[in-house]
Design a protein around this ligand. Structure first.
Ligand code: GAP
Length: 441
């Protein structure tokens, strides 16, 4: 159970879930059929924001580094991978059934009473395998079994040699990957916090064994700072080292980056020292040597792995929660997402003051000049005040209004989401003005 924080707020999740649905961030999946077991679809704004979270991660982990390269490995994989990784043996959660109301729970998430009906009549805990099993091809037998990956990490380990030899990278170097993972969670919940299908952003950093502790500390700091840089308030974040009895089967040390969710502290990311567990396990099982030849010392060695593993969907939700505020503008209530411009679904909204045809050519000219630089919305419906509120509610940092004076003076009004300040800017200097604001923000 989560430890409460000063940010505990029982009503907040209802507001976030409602905003997410109403404005097209996240829809319950298969809703017209009554929904489907904690699965969600990312709508027009959600897909933009989720992509922004992933792009921000990719930029900091791959684009701005010369020691990390990317990968996009298959989601379906044969049992051999999961036998070697230890997931077939170890990747389970303890499950209990309530004999009274028949609900199932994770034994480690509840006390000794059923949270659904309060009964104390629970079964003994037993292990529940979390991987989704399927069959590849038309025949359903033991030989056709395949699994949906429960983490992206193994794709990086089994491609260690391919990547290392094709890129000629030397440890320390990393392989990064973003993609879907699947876990048959016993108790999914808290909106997209825990779902059975989710997206991960993981990086496996291969290092000489004697450098493992230094790189472990390095990545803990770097990953914590990534959230702060994107506007996450430091009071809502903490680093929590795992106790020895919590560590995964492969880990010699793990530290979580945790966020103060409205129900208490919850994990956003784990940074683990996976030692040489995975490469050695795949080497033993596959018979392929997964080592690095250190020419300077004329020796082969198995690199250690430091792994920052984050959830993309969970992180997007944390940024939504942290950004959500209700305030007043001129005595009128508004809800606003104070998102960093890099995460906001739209950076700019182009708003012709009236629907009258005369404004459209200039408004479209302004839109076209901004689109190569920013994801823009174009909205002509309702009063300008209503349109500003709509943009505030989805976190758009800048609104650009074209009015009848614009046709004469070739200037537009730029309104700032956070200060609501409005300034007149020449159309010819608009792109430069907005780019300069991204640098200040
Ligand atoms: N390769 C290591 C690994 O997968 P993990 O802590 O199990 O580690 C990493 O997962 C991150 O993936 C978590 O910190 C969380 O953000 C996200 N995650 C894990 N299970 C999830 C689920 N069921 N729903 C949403 N996100 C999940």
């Amino acid at each position: 159970m989560s430890e409460p924080t000063e940010f505990n707020d029982p009503g907040l999740m209802d507001k976030i879930v409602s905003l997410a649905k109403r404005r097209g961030f996240v829809f319950p999946s298969a809703e017209i059929y009554g929904g489907f077991r904690s699965t969600y679809d990312y709508g027009p704004l959600g897909v933009l924001m989720l992509r922004n979270v992933k792009n921000a991660w990719w930029r900091s982990m791959v684009q701005y580094r010369d020691d990390v390269v990317g990968l996009d490995a298959a989601i379906l994989s044969p049992p051999a991978v999961w036998e070697a990784s230890g997931h077939l043996g170890n990747f389970s959660d303890p499950m209990v059934d309530c004999r009274s109301c028949k609900e199932r729970h994770r034994a480690d998430h509840i006390g000794d009473t059923c949270p659904n009906c309060g009964s104390k009549d629970l079964t003994e805990a037993r292990d529940f395998q979390l991987m989704f099993k399927t069959h590849a091809g038309p025949v359903e037998n033991d030989g056709s079994v395949a699994y949906l990956r429960p983490e992206t990490a193994q794709g990086m380990f089994i491609n260690f040699l391919n990547v290392q030899t094709t890129t000629r990278k030397k440890p320390p170097f990393g392989i990064a990957q973003i993609g879907k993972s699947f876990r048959n969670e016993i108790t999914p919940g808290n909106f997209v916090f825990r779902t059975r299908e989710f997206e991960q952003m993981e990086m496996e950093f291969f290092v000489p064994p004697e450098e493992a502790t230094t790189w472990y500390e390095y990545w803990i700091k770097a990953r914590y700072e990534w959230y702060l840089d994107l506007g996450m308030p430091s009071e809502r974040l903490r680093l929590r080292p795992h106790d020895a009895d919590e560590l995964s089967h492969y880990s010699a040390g793990t530290t979580d980056v945790e966020f103060a969710f409205p129900w208490g502290w919850g994990e956003l990311e784990g940074i683990a020292n996976r030692t040489d567990y995975d490469l050695k396990a795949h080497e033993a099982a596959s018979g392929t040597k997964l080592q690095y030849f250190d020419q300077a010392n004329d020796t082969w060695y198995t690199p250690y792995v430091i792994e920052p593993a984050a959830g993309a969907t969970r992180t997007m939700m944390a940024f939504l929660i942290a950004a959500f505020q209700e305030d007043e503008i001129g005595g009128e209530a508004r809800s606003v997402l104070r998102l960093d411009w890099r995460l906001a679904p739209y950076q700019v909204a182009v708003l012709p003051l009236s629907k009258k045809d005369e404004l459209e050519p200039t408004a479209r000219e302004v839109l076209a000049s901004l689109q190569p630089h920013f994801q823009c919305d174009y909205d002509v419906t309702q009063s300008i005040g209503r349109r500003y509120r709509r943009q505030d509610e989805v976190g758009t940092p800048w609104c650009v209004t074209i009015d009848f004076d614009s046709l004469e003076d070739r200037c537009v009004t730029v309104r700032d989401r956070d200060t609501t300040e409005q300034v007149r800017v020449p159309i010819d200097g608009l792109v430069a003005e907005l780019i300069s604001r991204t640098k200040k923000a």
